[in-house]
Design a protein. Structure first.
Ligand SMILES: NC(=O)c1ccc[n+]([C@@H]2O[C@H](COP(=O)([O-])OP(=O)(O)OC[C@H]3O[C@@H](n4cnc5c(N)ncnc54)[C@H](OP(=O)(O)O)[C@@H]3O)[C@@H](O)[C@H]2O)c1
Length: 353
């Protein structure tokens, strides 16, 4: 029996994870947490808000599924890695903000870090623990979000409702807006760099509008391996929770009877500048990725609250990154300081409410 602590139990990933746990006799929820919504009765131990590491100390789980949204998930990520407890990671923001620290914690703890993000789960499976010198490049795929094909002029006037209407995935509001701006691919680029130890120039981003191909790995022998399936997060969640078993899920396999066309095209980096801003922040390293994430979180919240136009999200992140010093990220205190500094710079640039 695997004892699971589920953080972010009330969210999109959290609810799908509960479905997977309930359908698998080898999985048991021992602890659940949310930010503010009540979660009584889901598990023997529950916590709403507060320090999630206290819950993890009490629960001593075998697996932590971190499905909290945003920087708030960082202490739990570091706790699991430091304690050698398997970490099933949906909370990409923690790895983006604290990649180097997280890798050091994983080395100390010696546990498994299993990605839940669908692209990274796919890449993990294509890579099969091969050394990076066999890899030419990793290709992260994205649908392009609801605004694929739009011009900057079109984007001047788009509303939160339009941004939240994702064409292929049903997800929480923050990641849905990140998908519309391509910040999500930017976060995933940095996440992949830390997860797989690949330099940024060996990570490509390609649009695949129907979200059937979740990632590809190009190997040095000229072969490319891809991971395909309908867009359904229950697959990577189940993969991480039951690893290395690959348990059955209720998700149906691909149907070719009606034909299946796969189209790939490059992202429009000029209309959607957050992908390039993320790449630059990742390449600069230190606390730049943390600042990118913090400014993006502030800007997305402001956009969803109707305080910032859609194009203001990228502008806020760009202005914030131009002002921070990107000092080295030596410990959690450095990151908390960098996160706070970037948040206050980003807030300062917002239109007055
Ligand atoms: N949804 C997807 O398909 C998908 C795919 C790939 C990766 N991800 C990643 O998975 C993470 C979760 O995404 P989501 O779409 O599931 O988000 P979501 O639906 O907004 O859910 C977020 C969850 O985090 C909880 N939370 C927020 N702040 C918290 C805090 N300070 N302490 C404890 N819990 C807190 C929320 O609790 P309350 O309900 O109480 O606020 C909720 O349970 C994100 O990092 C996202 O990028 C999601």
């Amino acid at each position: 029996m695997k004892r699971i602590a589920l953080l972010g139990a009330t969210g999109s990933i959290g609810r799908q994870a509960i479905e997977i746990v309930e359908s698998h006799p080898g999985l048991e929820l021992v602890a659940t947490a949310s930010g503010s919504q009540p979660i009584d009765g889901l598990a023997p131990l529950t916590q709403v808000g507060g320090d999630l590491t206290e819950l993890l100390e009490r629960a001593q789980p075998d697996v932590v599924l971190n499905a909290v949204v945003g920087f708030a998930g960082l202490p739990a990520t570091l706790w699991a890695l430091d304690h050698g407890v398997t970490l099933a990671l949906a909370n990409k923001e923690s790895l983006v903000a604290a990649g180097e620290l997280a890798l050091r914690a994983r080395e100390r703890g010696g546990g498994l870090l299993l990605p839940v993000d669908s692209e990274h789960s796919a890449a993990f499976q294509c890579l099969e623990s091969r050394s990076t010198d066999q890899v030419d490049s990793l290709v992260l795929t994205g649908s392009g979000g609801p605004f694929r094909g739009r011009t900057r002029d079109d984007l001047e006037v788009v509303t939160p409702e339009e941004a939240l209407a994702h064409p292929t995935w049903r997800m929480g509001p923050k990641i849905t807006v990140d998908s519309a701006t391509l910040a999500n691919k930017g976060l995933e680029l940095i996440e992949a760099h830390f997860l797989f130890g690949l330099e940024y120039q060996r990570i490509e981003v390609v649009l695949q509008p129907t979200s059937i191909v979740h990632a590809l790995v190009r190997f040095r022998d000229g072969a490319s391996l891809a991971h395909l399936g309908y867009p359904d997060m229950r697959v990577p969640i189940s993969f991480a929770l039951t690893y290395p078993e690959r348990a059955a899920t209720p998700v149906t396999g691909l149907d070719f009877t009606q034909g299946l066309v796969l189209e790939f095209r490059p992202p429009d980096l000029e209309t959607f500048p957050l992908l390039t801003l993320a790449r630059r922040a990742g390449e600069r390293g230190g606390t730049y990725p943390c600042a990118f994430n913090a400014a993006n979180e502030v800007a997305v919240a402001a956009f969803l609250a109707g305080r910032l136009p859609f194009l203001g999200i990228a502008a806020t992140v760009e202005e914030t990154l131009a002002e921070v010093d990107g000092a080295p990220a030596r410990d959690l205190a450095d990151l908390i300081q960098a996160d706070e500094e970037a948040r206050s710079l980003a807030q300062r640039g917002l239109p007055v409410a």
